[in-house]
Design a protein around this ligand. Structure first.
Ligand SMILES: Cc1cc2nc3c(=O)[nH]c(=O)nc-3n(C[C@H](O)[C@H](O)[C@H](O)COP(=O)(O)OP(=O)(O)OC[C@H]3O[C@@H](n4cnc5c(N)ncnc54)[C@H](O)[C@@H]3O)c2cc1C
Length: 447
């Protein structure tokens, strides 16, 4: 398989050293695909997208579905993310979508995003998944005074055009709600979204899929996808699966050549997370942070953070261009510096967990849920720009309907296959240049 980053980013023999992995008692080990097999729909990738697609196929259509993962369910981003089930999916902002495409396109995309959040909530209820769901609400924080005006505009658009409840929070209101610290210049509360334990969520989905009759194989990297008459044959090291249709649900772990039709169309990027030891009540008061709501700041290279149910603090950020040990250690140091700058009261607090994973960016800065042109029977759902817990859950459902030829109501913004990046072989260098630009524009991270 051709990959954009070094091998450690794709080492499915190892789980990331995440708090999520450490706080789940046992993870089922699914055996590899053995020998020759057939299915109606093959799904590559056992994250939230692939497993929701499998559930939709089994439950809505009674279709035989087989999921293959190079690792185990949840090994990818779905089992190692920040656990924000929230609005998202695109990197292009709502005001730009409105200006370029009009209110109808924006409303359809927003309805999809909201359906994603509802989908996660419904999955938790329906399959009785205990994933430590937190209260509803998301906080966006202004990292400098001018950013508050941008957040105000965003809040006005969300409430006036999209009918979503929002609330302006001056710095004093933040403090009253247990949303210190004072380094932020106010914020807005968005009335949807919630935190959860992402690995418990995805493992619950995998269990539900198996109970619904889905076949699921771990340690089964698909190394080739070949036409076989009017069907497709997927090769893995120990087996071969023939399918009428194939859904690619590989997001940031998409290989350059699986299938070649996706070459140069996805830009994987790192997102990384630090988790503290449990904070004492006094430590939480010292930083003024008591709220269980999910939060992020207004930087382009944003920080995202939340208090976990056992009092630990999760702190995430984007950046990094290499999976090498030294480069990952540098990102860990940078994340630690940023945590201390934004939450100086916790400068002494240990952060025993650190891990990274890959998200997927696309040239159009929006997800794709579409058939791949010129390849009848191949479909893809990917490109959530670091926000796929909710969006990927819904995209999986819709791509499954699309693969079955049923009405899928895919918003216009998402209904196209991902475009090829110009100068695709230089994507990684281009990302490095973009990070530099964003870092300069975002300004220094300081208390
Ligand atoms: C550190 C981090 C923090 C994040 N935080 C958040 C957050 O708080 N909220 C949010 O909404 N989003 C977040 N995201 C993004 C979110 O996790 C992803 O958008 C989402 O999980 C994508 O789900 P997926 O099922 O499409 O892909 P993934 O979960 O990445 O799964 C893809 C799977 O495909 C498999 N695969 C790839 N190629 C092959 C092949 N050839 N053969 C077989 N299997 C293959 C991989 O093994 C992998 O398991 C974060 C991501 C990271 C990395």
């Amino acid at each position: 398989m051709k990959r954009l980053y070094e091998a450690p980013a794709y080492d499915t023999a190892r789980w990331p050293d995440s708090w999520w992995r450490a706080s789940v008692a046992a993870i089922p080990d699914h055996a590899p695909l053995p020998g020759l097999a057939e299915t109606e729909v093959a799904i590559i990738g056992a994250g939230v997208t692939g497993l929701n697609a499998a559930l939709e196929l089994a439950e809505r259509f009674g279709t035989a579905a087989t999921v293959l993962d190079a690792g185990q369910p949840g090994w990818g981003a779905s089992g190692r993310n920040g656990g924000f089930a929230c609005l998202g999916g695109a990197k292009i902002d709502d005001a730009t979508i409105l200006a370029r495409h009009g209110a109808e396109v924006l409303r359809a995309f927003h309805a999809f995003r909201m359906a994603g959040i509802d989908r996660v909530a419904d999955n938790l209820d329906r399959y009785r998944i205990d994933a430590d769901r937190q209260p509803t609400g998301e906080i966006a924080l202004a990292h400098r005074p001018a950013a508050m005006a941008e957040l105000d505009r965003e809040a006005a658009l969300l409430s006036d055009v999209l009918g979503l409840e929002t609330e302006r929070l001056a710095p004093e209101a933040l403090a009253e709600r247990g949303l210190g610290p004072s380094v932020f210049h106010g914020g807005i509360r968005i009335g949807c979204g919630f935190g959860l334990h992402p690995l418990k969520y995805v493992l619950g989905l995998a269990g539900a899929a198996i109970a619904a009759g889905v076949k699921l194989y771990g340690q089964s990297p698909v190394t080739a996808i070949r036409p076989a008459g009017n069907r497709w044959r997927l090769e893995t090291p120990q087996g071969s699966l023939t399918a009428d249709r194939v859904i690619l649900a590989t997001n940031g772990y998409t290989a350059e050549d699986i299938p070649p039709a996706l070459a140069g169309r996805v830009l994987p990027a790192f997102s990384s997370i630090l988790v503290t030891r449990p904070l004492t009540t006094a430590e939480r008061s010292a930083a003024g942070w008591q709220s269980p709501l999910i939060a992020f700041d207004s930087r382009t290279l944003l920080h995202y953070f939340r208090l976990l149910p056992d009092g630990r603090f999760l702190f995430g950020m984007r950046g990094g261009l290499s999976a090498r040990t030294g480069a990952q250690a540098a990102i860990r140091r940078m994340a630690r510096r940023h945590l201390e700058a934004l939450f100086p009261a916790w400068a002494h607090v240990e952060t025993p967990y650190f891990w990274s994973g890959l998200i997927a960016l696309t040239w159009r800065l929006a997800p794709s849920i579409a058939a791949l042109p010129g390849r009848p029977g191949l479909f893809a759902a990917l490109g959530y720009h670091g926000n796929g817990v909710a969006a990927g859950s819904e995209a999986g459902r819709r791509v499954a309907r699309c693969a079955m030829g049923a009405e899928a109501a895919i918003p216009a913004l998402l209904a196209r296959p991902p475009a090829r990046f110009p100068l695709a072989p230089l994507r990684r260098a281009g990302l490095g240049a973009a990070y530099l630009r964003y870092r300069l524009a975002d300004g220094p991270v300081s208390a």
